[in-house]
Design a protein around this ligand. Structure first.
Ligand code: FES
Ligand code: FES
Length: 167
């Protein structure tokens, strides 16, 4: 046996998730999605493809939408994350959550957390002002139930109501 030192198998990171600080030790290969779901029990973010192709895992990282399945947890040290669990204000739903209910914008609901987080990020980007632009900007979020027309209607209705810090 050689005395070659081995690399530490975990790294310390600090994450602000939905307003709560988490100090964690993570292996370098752990994805943000697996950290959220398997270690922190934040199972709202869904694993669809695990390859960056469906958007079911979309969360907000420092306000920008990202695919959590393509993001290594260790890359997020010091970041602020918002998941679907962090959008409501107590019993008051986020405008997008309410709009999804109003427009019946889901069937099985599997894609819905990612759709809503993606739309929150889209609102921050401020670049979608028409139905066609919303469709284009949300095209990374797939819905196997085909609820697209209702999803776009919900996002279209909610976007004007999403100014201010709750975004
Ligand atoms: S699970 Fe991340 S994009 Fe499909
Ligand atoms: S509501 Fe079922 S996948 Fe979108």
């Amino acid at each position: 046996m050689s005395d070659v030192p081995t690399e530490p198998s975990t790294h310390p990171i600090g994450l602000q998730i939905n307003g709560n600080l988490h100090q964690l030790q993570v292996p370098p290969w752990l994805t943000l999605l697996d950290l959220l779901r398997d270690e922190l029990d934040l199972v709202g973010s869904k694993k669809g493809c695990d390859h960056g192709q469906c958007g079911a895992c979309t969360v907000l990282r420092n306000g920008r939408r990202v695919n959590a399945c393509l993001t290594l947890a260790v890359m997020c040290d010091g970041d602020e994350l918002t998941t679907i669990e962090g959008l409501a204000d107590g019993d008051r739903l986020h405008p997008l959550q309410q709009a999804f209910i109003t427009h019946d914008a889901f069937q099985c609901g599997y894609c819905t957390p990612g759709q809503i987080c993606s739309a929150v990020g889209l609102a921050r980007e401020g670049r979608a002002t028409s139905r066609a632009q919303i469709q284009e900007a949300m095209s990374g979020n797939l819905c196997r139930c085909g609820a697209y027309s209702n999803i776009v209607a919900a996002v279209e209705e909610a976007l004007p109501h999403m100014g201010g810090p709750r975004l």
